[in-house]
Design a protein around this ligand. Structure first.
Ligand SMILES: [Zn+2]
Length: 301
């Protein structure tokens, strides 16, 4: 999403694009932190950036918002003197792919799952946020797309991107540094609260849960996991997040199958045991119940 407001670079809030365009990025600082040998996470405003460095090239996962590109490139230049050769998008949302055009102009090849290019090429309506996103300029579109998986062999590592079907969107990818044992999970896994599921872009609660199952198979037990938003995380956190998703999904599903309306389901507070930990993000408990309810199949009569 075009997360517009941010506090200390981590708190996000979704606002219509009009508000976003008035956002002042001048005060945003792009910071880097080492995740593993040769892999860094960069934070500024928007989704976490993954950066691989080494003898060959800088390899970047997600690029936040367009106005931040000079700061992002400056932060990368602090860590490597190699050019950015590839930028992989974890999905099409503007807080992850907004810098694509500038990164392309700076010489990077843009790479993403097929559906990312398809959605960036055409107008997208995000009913949940009452937002309409116009098609991106040609220079912002991925020039290399993949359906299921693609592997980059550089910097002494094998870096693999996998498609995760119908999770946060229909074009999500996990990116795995095999040797460094790091995964960038995009917005299928976030730590700021209940996750946004973009139903208008083909997302679903069942896909989010299935995505967590895949995520838990990647890397070793001590794998470092870069979430779409929030601090560097691990498998234990993904397991807890998955259990939360599953519990709420089952409760909402039971009620929907019993013929209850969305309002009736919300009134039973199916998220209540998780609200203290997860309810403080930009997706409120009732909104999360709505996303789950709407993404579940209609009751069979
Ligand atoms: Zn997103």
């Amino acid at each position: 999403m075009r997360f517009a407001a941010f506090i200390a670079g981590v708190c996000v809030l979704a606002l219509p694009r009009a508000a976003f365009s008035q956002q002042n990025f001048d005060t945003v600082q792009v910071r880097s932190q080492k995740v593993a040998e040769g892999v860094y996470m960069l934070t500024g405003a928007g989704g976490n950036i993954g950066l691989g460095v080494g003898d060959d090239a800088a390899f970047v996962v997600d690029d936040q918002y367009a106005p931040l590109t000079p700061k992002i490139l400056a932060a990368i230049a602090q860590l490597t003197n190699k050019p950015v050769k590839f930028v992989v998008n974890t999905h099409w949302h503007g807080d992850h792919a907004g810098g694509n055009e500038h990164m392309g102009q700076a010489g990077a090849l843009l790479v993403a799952q097929d559906n990312v290019r398809r959605r960036l090429s055409t107008q997208q309506v995000l009913a949940f946020f009452k937002d309409t996103v116009p098609p991106s300029p040609a220079g912002a579109l991925p020039v290399i797309t993949f359906s299921d998986t693609i592997t980059f062999h550089l910097n002494g590592d094998d870096v693999q991107a996998f498609h995760v079907a119908h999770a946060h969107t229909d074009g999500d990818a996990f990116i795995v540094w095999r040797k460094a044992d790091v995964v960038h999970a995009g917005d299928v896994f976030v730590t700021y609260g209940f996750p946004f599921i973009d139903l208008d872009s083909g997302g679903s609660i069942d896909g989010m849960i299935a995505g967590c199952d895949v995520l838990l198979t990647l890397g070793d037990e001590n794998v470092k996991i870069i979430p779409g938003h929030g601090p560097v995380s691990d498998r234990a956190a993904v397991r807890e997040y998955r259990a939360m998703l599953m519990t709420i999904r089952d409760r909402v599903s039971q009620q929907k199958n019993a013929g209850r309306t969305l309002a009736q389901t919300q009134a039973t507070h199916p998220t209540s045991q998780f609200d203290a930990k997860w309810g403080g993000g930009f997706i409120k408990p009732d909104q999360f119940v709505e996303l789950v309810y709407r993404s579940l199949p209609e009751r069979k009569r």
